[in-house]
Design a protein around this ligand. Sequence first.
Ligand SMILES: CC(C)CC(=O)Nc1cccc(-c2cccc(CN)c2)c1
Length: 232
Amino acid sequence: ILRGWEAQPHLRPYMASLQLDGKHICGGFLIAPQWVLSAAHCTEQMGDKHFQVLLGAHSLSAPEPHKRLYNVKAQIAHPGSNIHNNRDDLLLLQLEEKAELNEHVKVLPFQREDREVAADTLCDTAGWGTITHSGKRPDRLQEVQRPVISRELCNHRTRHDRTITEKMMCTDSNKKDTCKGDSGGPLVCNGVAEGVVTAGSRVCGNYKKPAIYTRIAPYAEWIDSIMASRDG
Ligand SMILES: CC(C)CC(=O)Nc1cccc(-c2cccc(CN)c2)c1
């Protein structure tokens, strides 16, 4: 997160850190006791390794009472996701067991009505992604508030030039923005997850490349079908 601020500890108890060998790779968030939603692009650099999911954390390094690292039993990328574009950039992770829910670990509801979030709506996004252009990584969860911009503006020839589908949405990226390592985190508007951070053009903080999110509502049935098909 560029030009954001440190989140109030545990006020975003749904946040997950997807880790490889103890290193934060991507964000994610708890959508059910045993399921985390993230971005399919996050699996690009893992090879044959397996993610672990950190829940209940504020600091990535300090011991905290409700922090717990979960192994992943199943990892399902959306069948339409691929490395050449940002379409269907969703990843479902089934934890080895149901997360223990408490004040620091909670599920975040996601939007199920397929209706656009109005332009100028202020939404929040959070993550342990880089906080400078040089790639400095934070130890503690950062957050930023960004206004939604219309698909028409986001698709302008000088912005993302008609690559933003009706299953994506954008926020202004002037200075304050998501960045490397924030992929997979939620875009929260009025307390509901409306989108999942996608890397898009992999540019950060440049108003010419607005931040892109996979809208969740169009995928509600896919998400429900995967969760229902794997032991409850
Ligand atoms: C396997 C993946 C973790 C590799 C990766 O994501 N790289 C990468 C590099 C630069 C910017 C970004 C990036 C992320 C989220 C939002 C944005 C755009 N604001 C950029 C992402």
